[in-house]
Write a protein that binds this ligand. Structure first.
Ligand SMILES: *[C@@H]1O[C@H](CO)[C@@H](O)[C@H](O)[C@H]1NC(C)=O
Ligand SMILES: *[C@@H]1O[C@H](CO)[C@@H](O)[C@H](O)[C@H]1NC(C)=O
Length: 382
């Protein structure tokens, strides 16, 4: 069609490098500022029906992978063909139908956008702990019902997700698919929004409202369809599977609540304080929304490694940061990753553990944004 034919094909190394302009290095009085990231275009090309899935996998709330940052860096970069395969995706409908969609990857104005970004990737995040590694349970309607905490939702399979548009929830792929099969409960998936509990027949009673000021319950909404990237589905065969541990759910009806936008993940050293934040429904604190922040310790192209305290149940949480948005002249929070899980890594014989979040790279941004908006025009600036 017309739009795709205008775009130049782009060699794979350029796609991988087209991350983020390093605006802040030149500004001595900087506030942490959202870089302007030009993203490639990921477009669906062909969709076919697959057999109805079995829904026989047990939902595991934790993924583990022995391949740590060092191991990850030894993998060669995926080729253009591999990237197209990883970013192709399955869509599961509430009636049990399953489709597979192949995508193409294109770039707009390639030559101009990606020069002078080659020096990236050498420096690593400092091995330093900046913050307090503890978690905070969030109490009180004032917080739970307000942005940003109000964007955290609970999945009926036990994970956490984030409202990223009026009717889309970003979560981890392992919450709906174990790499081989869809999990039990993936077809009738529901999403729970915290809301205040109605007082029963005690209208106007001042006493009850002071005794139980913050009773909350979940309002559950049905999911209409679920997108899972192929990079996750084939991923069980190799260790890079975690790179694609994300999924997007579409609700049957839009929710009125304010949502949090997604953005391309900046390098760890560009994050305010080197830190990330996320809130989730950790299953050691049932019914509580738990918030935490911590420093990023290591990063690869696709993953952020950190020691944020987290329990199963928090996986799928949107990892966010707040930075200055120059164009809009205000601070803006955006989701730059998805919390995946805990990982033991064999570091030259010494076991080391990390929590891992999947970064929203320019390609993943293009793909998820297309799922949300249904066009690529609105997805060009990460
Ligand atoms: C399931 O829903 C999808 C989307 O609404 C539709 O295209 C498909 O035909 C439906 N499948 C069945 C078996 O009803
Ligand atoms: C609730 O308390 C306020 C003052 O504390 C009082 O003015 C109001 O009449 C009370 N309402 C009811 C229904 O008791």
């Amino acid at each position: 069609n017309r739009s795709t034919s205008n775009m130049a094909f782009l060699p794979v190394f350029l796609i991988l490098l087209c991350t983020v302009k390093e605006v802040m290095l030149y500004n001595t009085f900087w506030k942490p500022t959202w870089p302007t990231a030009r993203v490639p275009v990921v477009l669906p090309q062909a969709t076919e029906y697959l057999n109805k899935p079995q829904f026989n996998a047990e939902a595991k709330l934790e993924v583990t992978s022995p391949c740590g940052p060092e191991c990850h860096r030894q993998f060669s970069l995926p080729t253009y063909e591999q990237l197209k395969e990883y970013l192709s995706y399955e869509t599961l409908y509430y009636n049990g139908s399953l489709t597979a969609t192949k995508v193409g990857i294109y770039s707009l104005n390639a030559g101009e956008q990606y020069r002078s970004q080659v020096a990236r990737g050498k420096s690593r995040a400092k091995r330093q702990i900046y913050g307090y590694d503890s978690r905070f349970s969030i109490f009180g309607k004032g917080f739970l019902l307000n942005y940003p905490f109000s964007t955290s939702v609970k999945l009926s399979t036990g994970c956490t997700g984030t409202l990223v548009s009026a009717k889309h929830i970003l979560t981890a792929a392992h919450c709906v698919h174990d790499g081989k099969n869809y999990v039990k409960g993936a077809q009738k998936l529901k999403v729970g929004f915290l809301k205040p509990k109605q007082k029963d027949n005690e209208k106007g009673s001042n006493q009850t409202s002071t005794l139980h000021p913050e009773k909350m319950k979940f309002q559950w909404m049905r999911v209409k369809r679920t997108h899972v990237p192929k990079g996750w589905i084939k991923g069980n065969a190799n260790d890079i599977g975690m790179d694609y541990d994300y999924a997007l759910l579409e609700l049957k009806k839009p929710h009125k609540r304010r949502y949090m936008k997604i953005g391309v993940s900046p390098a760890a050293r560009q994050l305010p304080g080197g830190r990330i934040h996320f809130s989730g429904y950790d299953n050691d604190r049932p019914g509580n929304l738990v918030y935490r922040f911590c420093a990023v310790k290591e990063e690869t192209y696709d993953l952020l490694y950190q020691h944020c305290d987290a329990q199963p149940g928090a996986s799928g949480s949107g990892v966010y940061v707040r930075m200055w948005k120059r164009e809009n002249r205000r601070w803006e929070r955006k989701i730059i990753g998805i919390f995946s899980g805990h990982q033991w890594v064999d570091n030259s014989g010494i076991p080391q553990d990390f929590n891992v979040a999947v970064r929203i790279t320019p390609l993943k941004y293009a793909q998820i944004c297309y799922w949300i908006k249904g066009n690529y025009i609105d997805c060009r600036d990460g």
